[in-house]
Ligand binder design. Sequence first.
Ligand SMILES: Cc1cc2nc3c(=O)[nH]c(=O)nc-3n(C[C@H](O)[C@H](O)[C@H](O)COP(=O)(O)O)c2cc1C
Length: 230
Amino acid sequence: MPREERQQALDVYEAVASRRAVRGFTDEPVPAEVLRRVLSAAARAPSSGNMQPWQIYVLTGAPLAELKKRAAERVAAGDPGDQREYQMYPSGLTFPYRDRRLAAAEKRYAALGVPREDRRARDEAVAANWDCFGAPVALFCYISRGMGLPQWADTGIYLQTVMLLLRAEGLHSCPQMAWSVYRKSVADVVSPPDGLILFCGMSIGFADTTTSYVRSDRASLAETVTFLNG
Ligand SMILES: Cc1cc2nc3c(=O)[nH]c(=O)nc-3n(C[C@H](O)[C@H](O)[C@H](O)COP(=O)(O)O)c2cc1C
């Protein structure tokens, strides 16, 4: 599709509204030029001091198959993962964040038909992360160890820009902190230079529309935004 048509086909509101964490992809390959176009455009994302602190690796084909194989072996062995380099969630979460997190998990497992007490089925759902939910493309976002909180925020802005541009190409994604659990396997495959921390992975591809999901909730505007009008 020419660029002009793509732009007409999906405005920014539609891109934002239609983006969701897709956890089931078809194996349809994503053309390399589409990935290049998306990542070239995403480079326009803003960052503090224009430092662009992200370091991105994109895996398809044999390298991705190798990573999935290594991760699957670790999952099968019950490997609890590598020592974490950052805490995924703060300990001692309180209202409303703890409640939102629990509600999101409940909703997700309900959509999969997995009962709360079925630990094994839940573990299997989590393990799907390390198969990239069947996606043919995985992106890994690293950041220099010396960077501070604002630069970590920069990477988030960048990643959302990537995810919205993927929507403009008819593609879907799932950002995945879960890859930090098996970060050494990622490093074994991508060989990043010293001094980088893996923030997250991102599965990319065409959504498998047969995978059941329930649209995630959001807090009301009044809960998260305060307007001070003059
Ligand atoms: C930085 C980041 C890391 C995430 N890590 C994971 C992950 O490891 N596995 C997963 O299934 N979803 C992951 N998600 C997806 C969130 O669970 C999802 O965005 C949230 O529940 C809202 O749902 P939605 O994106 O479908 O609207 C992550 C999202 C973000 C932004």
